[in-house]
Design a protein around this ligand. Structure first.
Ligand code: AP5
Length: 210
């Protein structure tokens, strides 16, 4: 199954994607995680991406396309993938459709996570990431285990001003993709992402099993 997790920054795409990936045995392709890995590794791609990411702007499509094409060619993605944070605009959606068609696949479903802006700002303020595993926690809703907590870090783009810009970019470029997929006849499941993590997960699994 090829599935897109769509939603604003902080809607819970990464959290739900990791749980779904484990449950379904399907790899998660998260362009944000891949870009952060490249920044940490100090690669040329990471150097190109960092300024855009720190400002909450989208990294140029050509950079993203090359990265996703390479990832999709890995053996573990031969039967499907969970796309998290990608595609993010109409051009990326068109290139993903084309890439999948080239290997005889198509997007089977979109899960659209809806969360209030104020909730999002609160979530970002409490988000902590384990740099060793990439796992995402929240100081209140999903605290890291005590032995891991000291090494957890705050993402540089989680400061409120950048979060607000990321929300604007999301509304302008990414939110219209809900309509793009509806019009293409792809099932779009709208899920209230404002509820506890387990409740959101249960609903997504139920919808995908139908
Ligand atoms: P990216 O990493 O994709 O960030 P994002 O889309 O802004 O989404 P986030 O990772 O912030 O949030 P999420 O929805 O995954 O939420 P999470 O599960 O972590 O992109 C970062 C940057 O990279 C972009 O700004 C851009 O510059 C660049 N980029 C990436 N992809 C790109 C692309 N395709 N094209 C161009 N540029 C690209 O949850 C958030 C917090 O809330 C966590 O602390 C979590 O524990 C908590 N939480 C989750 N669910 C719940 C819940 N149900 N209840 C309470 N707390 C919860």
């Amino acid at each position: 199954m090829d599935l897109i997790l769509l939603g604003a920054p902080g809607a819970g795409k990464g959290t739900q994607g990791a749980l779904l990936s484990e449950k379904l045995g399907t790899p998660k392709i998260a362009t944000g995680d891949m870009l952060r890995d490249a920044v940490r590794a100090g690669t040329e791609l990471g150097r190109q991406a960092k300024g855009y990411m720190d400002a909450g702007e989208l990294v140029p499509d050509a950079v993203i396309l090359g990265m996703v094409r390479e990832r999709l060619a890995q053996p573990d993605a031969a039967n499907g993938a969970i796309f998290d944070g990608y595609p993010r605009n109409a051009a990326q959606a068109a290139s993903l459709d084309e890439m999948l068609a080239g290997i005889g696949r198509r997007i089977d479903a979109v899960v659209y996570l809806e969360v209030d802006d104020d909730d999002i700002v609160r979530r970002m303020g409490g988000r902590r990431t384990d740099p060793e595993t990439g796992l995402v926690y929240h100081v209140e809703h999903n605290p890291p285990p005590a032995e891991i907590a000291p090494r957890c870090v705050i993402r540089p783009d989680d400061v409120e001003e950048t979060v607000r810009n990321r929300l604007d970019v999301y509304r302008r470029s990414t939110a219209p993709l809900v309509e793009h997929y509806r019009q293409a006849g792809v099932p779009v499941h709208t899920v209230d992402g404002g509820r506890p993590i387990e409740a959101v997960q249960g609903e997504i699994l139920g919808l995908l099993e139908r």
